[in-house]
Ligand binder design. Structure first.
Ligand code: MSP
Length: 565
């Protein structure tokens, strides 16, 4: 019997044991047992407004989620990675009017552009949800009906400070703190009054505070958790669920003159994509297992909705809480906030120019390792991009793969030599671990870092294997030893260790640089990602996977390019 844990519940399932006798069957069965005990996991990006063109911010969040999703798939987990577009609301209505087209036409056009971008970035999302789709709209109505029935949503009147750009009300205390100006656009907040349906957010104050106190990992990084926890103490006001000042949206069930507020509509995407609005429907049967998500990854500006409003809505609906809302900071450009008027926007055309010069995987590397995952914004500069590319990808990863493969070609005719390397220390330094212990330790660290959304740390740990291979080559100088034929067994040992190190690092780096790592793995005769996904990353990254006699091809995954002017 084996446990299947999901949403805190343990079910015991009896599985049929294969007939005795065939060792390979038993081996496969054990592997299946190991992997099937891993629970399905999911991750989401915000759904992006269709009144904007895709830029570095959208690319960043989606790439981070993609790296995480690929790492989990590589580790044998069943993953659901969701992204999509947010298509309703006054802003879309206004932009469409300005262009003389219908809001639906504008949404179709821009949503298609976001989808094209996903393909361009090689993103591996499992679904792309649009809030104008019937499957989303019908479930949002069902959710809102449930909230009406439970009394969590009621018809009321409200007057307060409103941020027009963000389409959100701010509390009186917060408005005062902000000096009655939008923290995003800087424009004055306006006093607004509405007859609306409201969600009783205030009723969830105590439960939210308890939840936060019991789950300090619910919002990450920790600085953002403290920010929200602090703001919770100011007290919660009920939030509007509908608006009457625009019509481009989902009509309130039984009161269609009220349109469901774009934020409420949008948040529900995370559950409608899984069919949770119709728990007995086909979609829910296939996908309900992916709730709750491990991560809602978002930018810092939309934290309040995700960390406070959304959990309260889920509490009202009796749905389990997401495990973590990860709010990263912003990319800024050449030291300043990106803005169209400053002309420093890293738009799609700029990103494509980086693809052309450095390649997609180099872009992914930079996003993953240099981005604003913490509470500080990161500055995007062409010079810094170039320095990182040259130092880490050309001089470290590519150089190591290239030196190792060329020496195996030169001294062993491109065939992995026979040598015992597992017990070999990684360097001449006293107490240095063996290659097999070192790489196994790094592999488990990398797997943990990926799972914990510590993506830059995962990259750095994996690269430390490459750095160790470099040290080995520099310390032992196999190119000098090879001049003496009696030293060839020693050279064989060194280069075998180098090749195995490059292979393992490439397995571990695959989620970040899928194309380049597959290229290196193929050159090193290793079965690529499919093998890892079947066996689990730990087993694929185990020392000794590269068999003597394997054909090794010369490879240089990243080439030097000219510095930006
Ligand atoms: N539609 C809402 C989200 C609803 S989710 C239920 C929205 N859309 S948006 O198009 O404005 O996208 C915002 C997201 O884009 C941010 O949360 C962040 O993920 C990303 N970024 C936008 N600008 C960014 C930077 N300058 N830097 C990094 N990411 C930023 O808000």
């Amino acid at each position: 019997m084996e446990p299947e844990a999901r949403a805190g519940a343990h079910r015991w399932v009896v599985r049929q044991i294969p007939a005795q006798g065939k060792r390979s069957d038993l081996h496969a069965y054990n592997r299946h047992l190991m992997l099937s005990q891993r629970t399905p996991v999911s991750i989401t990006t915000p759904i992006y407004y269709v009144n904007d063109r895709p830029h570095i911010g959208h690319a960043y969040t989606t790439t981070l989620c993609d790296v995480w999703a690929r790492a989990q798939r590589l580790d044998g987990r069943e993953v659901f990675f969701l992204t999509g577009t947010d298509e309703h609301g006054a802003k879309v209505e206004k932009s469409a009017r300005e262009r003389g087209i219908s809001p639906q036409a504008l949404a179709d056009e821009n949503s298609a552009e976001f989808r094209r971008v996903m393909e361009l970035f090689g993103l591996s999302n499992d679904d792309f949800i649009r809030t104008t789709e019937a499957r989303h709209e019908s479930q949002v109505k069902l959710f809102v009906q449930r909230l009406l029935a439970s009394g969590d949503v009621y018809l009321g009147e409200f007057e307060g400070w409103y941020d027009e750009g963000q389409e959100e009300y701010v509390t009186d205390t917060r408005a005062k703190e902000l000096e009655y100006k939008s923290p995003i656009s800087g424009k004055p907040l306006v006093r607004a009054k509405e007859h609306n349906y409201y969600f009783k957010l205030s009723a969830y104050q105590a439960r939210l505070e308890q939840f936060f106190d019991a789950h300090p990992e619910f919002v990450r990084p920790a600085g953002r958790f403290n920010e929200v926890r602090g703001r919770l103490r100011d007290g919660l006001q009920d939030v509007p669920v509908t608006r009457t000042n625009f019509s481009w949206g989902i009509g309130m069930p039984s009161a269609p003159e009220h349109v469901i507020y774009v934020w409420i509509d949008a948040l529900f995407n995370y559950t409608t994509a899984l069919g949770l609005g119709e728990p007995n429907g086909e979609l829910a049967k296939a996908r309900a297992k992916f709730w709750p998500p491990e991560y809602h990854v978002i930018g810092k500006e939309i934290l309040w909705f995700h960390a406070v409003v959304w959990p309260a809505l889920l509490m009202a609906l009796g749905l389990p809480m997401p495990k973590c809302v990860y709010a990263h900071s912003f990319w800024i450009s050449n030291g300043q906030k990106m803005s169209k008027s400053l002309g420093n926007f890293i738009d799609l055309e700029t990103i494509e120019s980086y693809f052309a010069k450095y390649g997609l995987d180099a872009w992914r590397w930079y996003m993953t390792t240099q981005g604003p995952l913490g509470t500080q914004d990161s500055d995007f500069s062409p010079k810094h991009f170039h320095e990182i590319y040259t130092a880490q990808l050309v001089n470290t990863y590519a150089n190591c793969a290239s030196r190792t493969s060329s020496m195996i070609e030169k001294y062993f005719g491109g065939v992995m030599p026979e040598a015992e390397t597992a017990s070999m220390p990684i360097s001449a330094t006293a107490g240095a671990p063996t290659w097999s212990a070192f790489t196994s330790d790094i592999s488990s660290k990398v797997i943990k870092h990926y799972a914990a959304f510590e993506l830059a740390e995962a990259a750095d740990s994996a690269l430390s294997i490459i750095r160790a291979v470099d040290v080995l080559i520099n310390e032992t100088q196999p190119f000098k030893l090879a001049k003496d034929p009696t030293k060839l067994p020693e050279v064989a040992r060194i280069l075998s260790a180098c090749a195995e190190g490059v292979r393992i690092a490439s397995v571990l780096l695959t989620p970040i640089m899928p194309t380049k790592c597959a290229e290196v793995l193929a050159a090193f005769g290793a079965k690529t990602t499919e093998e890892a996904a079947t066996n689990g990353i730990e087993s694929s990254a185990r020392w000794g996977g590269l068999q003597p006699g394997t054909k090794i091809l010369k490879c240089a995954p990243f080439m030097r390019v000219d510095a930006p002017v």
